[in-house]
Design a protein around this ligand. Structure first.
Ligand SMILES: [Zn+2]
Length: 120
């Protein structure tokens, strides 16, 4: 179980899975957001405090993913399916977890900008 919260504490998550690694992705949006992604099915994830008044939604390109960022502190929380939010594959920003948790998980560099493979 990994718990995380945004900087101001408005939005929290619980991740009931074991990530094999976290992805630092270099695609156009992830490299700007500075996120570290861990993934699972939405059934393994609970999020509190996330709604349209506490967060902004951003989508781009093929408009498949809904990136959510806290309105108050600017922490990027997650991405989820734009069409079926809260269902299917989701990604959480591991940087919201306690530092010792962040430091304990292997980071891999994912080439989302080009080859869609890991660079390590
Ligand atoms: Zn916040």
């Amino acid at each position: 179980m990994i718990k995380g919260q945004c900087h101001c504490g408005t939005i929290t998550y619980e991740y009931r899975d074991t990530p094999p690694y976290a992805n630092r992705c270099n695609c156009s949006i992830c490299r700007r957001l500075g996120t570290l992604w861990i993934y699972s099915d939405a059934s393994n994830i609970s999020v509190t405090g996330l709604n349209d008044s506490t967060s902004i939604s951003y989508s781009h390109g093929d408009m498949e993913l809904d990136f959510r960022t806290c309105n108050t502190c600017g922490t990027t929380i997650l991405w989820q399916s734009l069409e079926t939010p809260g269902k299917g594959r989701m990604a959480l920003n591991l940087n919201m977890a306690d530092l010792e948790v962040v430091n304990s998980i292997r980071i891999r560099h994912f080439d989302g900008a080009d080859s869609w493979t890991h660079l390590d």
